[in-house]
Ligand binder design. Structure first.
Ligand code: G6P
Length: 610
């Protein structure tokens, strides 16, 4: 959570910091701040609200200086106001600290420091770090040493950047459980919590590992293990294109990302089915023998990725015949991790940094589970810490509400299922070929839904005033109902819930009246007739039905107030396509309510606190 950026060099310092923060703002956007050293003196500016509040504050100030750090916050401890915003600043000499993560023992440290005469201004956990540095700076020779002594006290997670008037030519960064990268330039260097903040300046990146410190100067960067020896680190050249971080004519990133989905599917097919009908996962790195003898997959994920995981379960159980559990990472982590020695843990994550999912990987490794991750962001912590990886190849996703990566994860799960099914002999080559051929048509199917954006907008405007929505589906499209409901609530703040349609009569049906829109995902499938019965149950109680159905289904019109048709396709593909109208529905409802689609309140794209 939260974003960190820092710079030392000759570029305009405020511009580098503010643009960097803007690009990190998907990690949190409730307040922000920067600190800059100019002529040996540290100055800082902080504001509550989105980054433009800070921009307005510093615009026209002509801030000089060639070294600074900045932070965009997602509040954990203390309200999102100016005092709690980062950087946190010490007394004299002045030190500025920006922090991502949570310091779990901050109250104990705070009490201790108060008893020693330190005065606190904020309600944050982070302020104890700057006070500890202040304390140790009085007794030690360098910022780096003071920071090392300070972090020895901390329990919890941190990605930190520090700046001090005592050494105005360096930024010191360190990490434990929260990412920090160093971007290497020519006569300049950058630090950040992720590459988005610096990718427009440099593609030469060093990933700091946990319990490492970097001392970053204009022409030199030194790395060391905390309280230990200096270490060599090799930079990686990142292939990401900074253009992906632009809206390219779309009014919102979310809409752009929805419209990119046909291309995403094509890319995945090119990567994993490069020729003919053979599925190749280059980075799987888990021996086929393990998959052949496997008794169980344990999928763990959060949010939208968890929904993709449930579809993964349906597919893996049906076609690869492997018992598959799906759990929220935040629950799995604290359950007894029972193993019989023939399970694989699958982590699903867009960012590869979600704290709960990452913590599960680490815990599962201690229990000797092989770990396979489905991730989008290359070089993320999960990518680096897993035994094998299946990249979702969705490209950079910036809209806080995940869209194209969800769809990409579904395609990856389907290909993975076919691969495992073939390895285990549970499906024939012919069955696999049929689905691959059908998958190749999916980009076209998605495009046909995108062409209906205006129709979906009209439906969204018709129901946008409703304060509650239900979403129902069955089988493979039960998770579609969950995901459709999540999209709507995330960006429009309308209460919406997804249900397995069969569960309707066990409670939620009590909610139905003439004011309640019920979104019914009802493509041709094994459970079509049952779905139609459920839709009729809604209609019988005067509920309003918005139905996703298959082209040619004329019967459904009798029970639907509005129908959005998707093309005919094998049932296995329907969750990939039927989520698209629901993404557009959520988008246009949010738009009609004037909500901030790309940065909904209280959310962050990458949740790096537990
Ligand atoms: C946050 C985001 C969601 C996302 C979830 C899991 O809550 O707002 O869109 O689904 O984190 O993120 P991950 O990066 O692990 O998929």
């Amino acid at each position: 959570m939260c974003g960190i950026v820092g710079y030392i060099g000759d570029k305009n310092i405020t511009s580098v910091l503010l643009v960097g923060l803007e690009r990190l703002s998907y990690r949190g956007y409730d307040s922000s701040g920067i600190a800059v050293i100019s002529d040996g003196e540290l100055s800082w500016w902080k504001r509550a609200g989105k980054i433009h509040e800070l921009e307005n504050t510093v615009k026209g100030l002509n801030i000089a200086g060639h070294i600074g750090i900045g932070h965009t916050r997602w509040a954990t401890h203390g309200q999102p106001n100016e005092v709690n915003a980062h950087p946190h600043i010490s007394g004299t000499p002045k030190v500025a600290i920006v922090h991502n993560g949570i310091i779990e023992n901050y109250l104990d440290i705070r009490d201790l420091l108060i008893s020693e005469g330190h005065v606190f201004q904020s309600e944050t956990d982070s302020e104890v770090i700057v006070k500890l540095v202040e304390k140790y700076l009085a007794e030690s020779t360098s910022l780096e040493h003071a920071l090392e002594l300070a972090i020895n006290h901390l329990h919890g997670t941190y990605g930190l950047a520090a700046l001090s008037e005592t050494e105005p030519e360096k930024i010191v960064v360190c990490r434990k459980g929260s990412p920090i990268i160093i971007g290497l330039g020519d006569n300049e260097n950058y630090v950040a919590s992720d590459i988005n903040a610096v990718i427009q300046h440099t593609k030469k990146i060093v990933y700091l590992d946990d319990n490492q410190i970097a001392i970053v100067e204009r022409n030199n960067v030194r790395y060391k293990n905390v309280n230990g020896a200096f270490v060599e680190k090799t930079p990686q050249i990142i292939k990401w294109d900074s253009e992906a971080a632009e809206k390219q004519g779309y009014p919102h990133y979310m809409l752009k990302e929805i419209f990119e989905q046909p291309t995403v599917v094509r890319t995945i097919l090119e990567k994993y089915v490069p020729s003919g009908n053979q599925i190749v996962f280059k980075d799987l790195r888990i021996s086929p023998q393990i998959f052949k003898q496997l008794n169980r997959f344990i999928i763990q994920a959060c949010g939208t990725s968890w929904h993709a995981g449930i579809i993964g379960k349906y597919l893996l159980e049906s076609y690869a015949r492997v018992f598959t559990e799906v759990d929220f990472s935040s629950e799995f982590r604290y359950r007894q991790m029972l193993t019989e020695g023939s399970e694989v843990v699958i982590a699903v994550s867009q960012s590869g940094e979600t704290a709960d999912t990452l913590a599960c990987i680490r815990e599962a490794k201690l229990h000797h589970f092989p770990i396979l991750s489905f991730v989008n962001v290359k070089n993320s912590s999960m990518d680096r810490e897993s035994d094998g990886v299946i990249y979702s190849h969705a490209g950079q996703e910036i809209g806080v509400a995940s869209t194209k990566n969800y769809l990409a994860q579904l395609v990856c799960f389907l290909l993975f299922t076919l691969y495992i099914g073939r390895e285990r002999g549970t499906i024939t080559q012919e069955e696999s070929d049929t689905l691959i051929i059908a998958l190749q048509k999916v980009p076209e199917y998605i495009s046909s839904i995108l062409d209906k954006a205006d129709q979906i907008k009209t439906i969204a405007e018709k129901y946008g005033f409703c304060r509650e929505f239900l979403f129902i589906g069955r089988g493979l499209n039960y998770p579609t109902a969950l995901e459709g409901a999540l999209k709507l609530k995330e960006i429009s703040y309308i209460h919406s819930t997804g249900y397995a349609a069969g569960e309707l009569k066990h409670g939620p049906i009590a909610l139905i009246d003439s004011k309640l829109p019920v979104v019914c995902i009802c493509p041709s499938s094994k459970t079509y007739d049952k779905m139609v019965s459920n839709i009729q149950e809604v209609k019988a109680r005067k509920g309003k039905t918005i139905v996703i159905a298959t082209e040619g289904d004329t019967v459904i019109k009798n029970f639907a107030d509005d129908v959005i048709y998707i093309p005919q396709m094998p049932e296995e593909l329907t969750p990939i396509v039927s989520i698209v109208p629901l993404q557009l529905l959520a988008y246009y409802v949010a738009l009609s309510l004037d909500c901030d689609v790309d940065q909904p309140r209280n959310l962050a794209k990458s949740v790096t606190v537990e």
